[in-house]
Design a binder for this molecule. Structure first.
Ligand SMILES: [Fe+2]
Length: 392
């Protein structure tokens, strides 16, 4: 007994004649077609043998040469669903939608995967953005990390500004944790000294002052800014649930259309101040400044790893300690730059005992493509025989 081929070439007339001769059930069996599909072809023949579905139009070649390619039942149904819905396939072949789905799975026809997901993708592409928005900066930049306002260490901050002025640096980048937001810490480590509004006011005042004197101030997010976003998002959800809370909207300034992030941005921005919803920026393309999410206690281990990953020199912060090292490639420089905050004023720092490295007050800059740092460690400068930048 010969094996039935997957594709049988017959004319519609042949199909009709066979089914007349053998009966629907037996003809269907011989052709390996579901009886309902066979019925559809019979109907097509009786209506004049003209193509009535896309299955057959795609096989015009065979049709022109006088024969019709009738795919096995599963394939015919599957092909039909490529340009028609499951529902219309079910109607066309007179079978259930469940049967159409099942035959489609069994057919093993080659799938056009791009077309398969096109409609779903369209919905995603309409809303989902590409997050390639990190600032790409050029020129000379002063870098002030982790000020944790209002707990800034004023002498270090003033020293940094003096140094930048001395070096002729006209731009400042603030790589996260500009604010502390101790009142909304997820730990109960706040000193209950400043509420969010007070912190926002003080932080913004300092920012605006900087904007008056420097050409550009670029400010991006650290984990402490994220405290605010998470908090305001929760408040926003609460408002949606309890509309009577809307009378308090002036407190958080919740508008109808603005997202929490947009509100924060418009609150913080002024001429010369650019707020970025990123935790990294590139300077002159070969230096990355970041407030990394994964940071090691030992400085600058994570910066070294990031340098290898991003193939750049890395200036990191977040852990408030200091370290500098040349990477394994002998080319990339990993630097952790300390903090501009006052550790003694930070409740969670002073009231807990940890094995973390001691915080180091410091700041950094990029001048003529080179990285410079200052740290509050006079003994180190003495030992190295170095002049402290900005000092007479
Ligand atoms: Fe920090």
């Amino acid at each position: 007994m010969t094996k039935q081929p997957d594709v049988t070439i017959m004319t519609l007339e042949d199909v009709y004649a066979l089914s007349q001769d053998q009966g629907i059930a037996r003809a269907a069996k011989l052709l390996k077609l579901p009886p309902k599909v066979l019925m559809a072809y019979r109907k097509e023949y009786l209506s004049g043998g003209k193509p009535s579905d896309t299955t057959l139009t795609s096989l015009e070649g065979e049709r022109a040469s006088g024969s019709v390619a009738i795919l096995k039942g599963d394939c015919a149904v599957a092909r039909f669903t490529e340009t028609n819905t499951i529902k219309s396939a079910a109607e066309h072949f007179g079978i259930t939608q469940r049967a159409v789905r099942s035959m489609r799975k069994k057919s093993h026809i080659r799938v056009d995967w791009t077309a398969e997901f096109a409609k779903i993708r369209e919905k995603v592409d309409k809303s989902a953005r590409q997050w390639d928005t990190h600032p790409c900066l050029t020129g000379d930049w002063g870098i002030l990390a982790d000020a944790h306002l209002p707990f800034i260490h004023w002498p270090t901050f003033i020293r940094a500004l003096t140094t930048f002025e001395y070096l002729g640096i006209r731009n400042i980048v603030l790589p996260g944790d500009w604010f502390d937001f101790e009142d909304i810490s997820k730990f109960d480590f706040g000193g209950e000294q400043f509420d969010i509004a007070a912190e926002l006011d003080i932080g913004r005042d300092v920012l605006f002052k900087l904007a008056e004197r420097f050409d550009r101030v670029v400010f991006f997010r650290g984990n402490h800014e994220e405290r605010l976003f998470k908090f305001l998002k929760r408040i926003a959800r609460l408002y949606e649930k309890h509309p009577d809370l809307m009378r308090f909207q002036a407190i958080v300034g919740r508008g109808e259309t603005e997202t929490v992030w947009q509100q924060y941005k418009s609150f913080m921005e002024t001429d010369g101040v650019e707020i970025s919803n990123d935790s990294l920026a590139f300077i002159n393309d070969d230096i990355m400044v970041c407030h990394a999410s994964s940071t090691t206690r030992i400085p600058p281990n994570s910066e070294q790893v990031l340098g290898e990953k991003y193939r750049r020199h890395v200036i990191g912060c977040h852990m408030h300690n200091y370290g500098q090292r040349v990477g394994l490639d002998g080319k990339t420089l990993a630097t952790r730059i300390g903090t501009v905050c006052d550790p003694d004023k930070i409740f969670y720092k002073t009231k807990r005992t940890t094995t973390h490295y001691e915080w180091v007050k410091g700041f950094a800059w990029v001048k003529d493509g080179k990285i410079g740092t200052w740290i509050d460690c006079p003994a180190w400068y003495d030992a190295m025989g170095l002049e402290i930048p900005g000092e007479e």
